[in-house]
Design a protein around this ligand. Sequence first.
Ligand code: ES4
Ligand code: ZN
Length: 326
Amino acid sequence: DRLPDLLRTMPKAELHMHIEGSLEPELIFALAQRNGVSIPYASVEDLRRAYAFTNLQSFLDIYYAGASVLIVEQDFYDMAWAYLERAAADNVVRTEMFFDPQTHTERGVAMQTVIDGLHRACVDAKSKLGVDAELILCFLRHLSEEDAFATLEQALPFRDRFIGVGLDSSELGHPPEKFARVFARCRELGFHLVAHAGEEGPPAYVWSALDVLKVERIDHGVQSTKDPALMKRLAQDRIPLTVCPLSNLKLCVFPDLGQHNLRELLDGGLVATVNSDDPAYFGGYMNRNFTETFAATGLTAQHAWQLAANSFEGSFTDAATKRGYV
Ligand code: ES4
Ligand code: ZN
């Protein structure tokens, strides 16, 4: 069976990966030691044992704790570089990496420190790995819109170093419309717009991400299959869904991978893509997401080709570069 080889070797774009979620337990411990930060886990194994999540919130609590070891510019560089090497090994030729500045600025780390380290890794990725890497700034939806505006203000001196903004963290109780004004401002500023919606939240959150925030892509969106009118809208407007199968499995969005609805999304004509979300926490980088999902759901080589094409169609690469990929 040559399908796994096709999945591994085909060039692909990753459109949904939180860089703080690529922090492996070994690097968390190394950075904790380097920076003299104490973490409430005795060992790498002890930390890994805590990765038994029941829903999104149970994961986010540990994810924010892990990010607390990031202090200086080199830490952000080292984290991003480790991910970019893994991405290159999986034949990811384009990646649009999310970062959560509020997780760091709230601890007294300067916006410039965060962006300098991540951006330097993106520059090196192009020259040393041949990976085209860009950044998307995410607002934390459990915080206020006022906080998001303050974060945008702090980031604007570095506006040429990120291509878009997104919305992540705790979905339920924090609908997209909570961020209507800050997204309108980001739109005026010319940023690309994306938002997590329909991961755990209802189809109504996907509708409001589209109609109120006016996002160009939906992150996750797997709950959309519950609303036929929404499925029609997503297909007609060719709105990409950045699906993360191993994330959905680990956060109990689906009881097992065999019941994941990726096939339903693809066969319904939606621009669905496969992504790793938080690879250090969810048990796999890009190629593992592809191989495990295909093995569990019986997707075909035709689906593989479609997913690779969708990843480039959905990317924010300029049109000329996009033609070079497909
Ligand atoms: C996230 Cl899986 C997921 N959902 C929402 N926000 C996030 N931040 C990092 N991973
Ligand atoms: Zn995500």
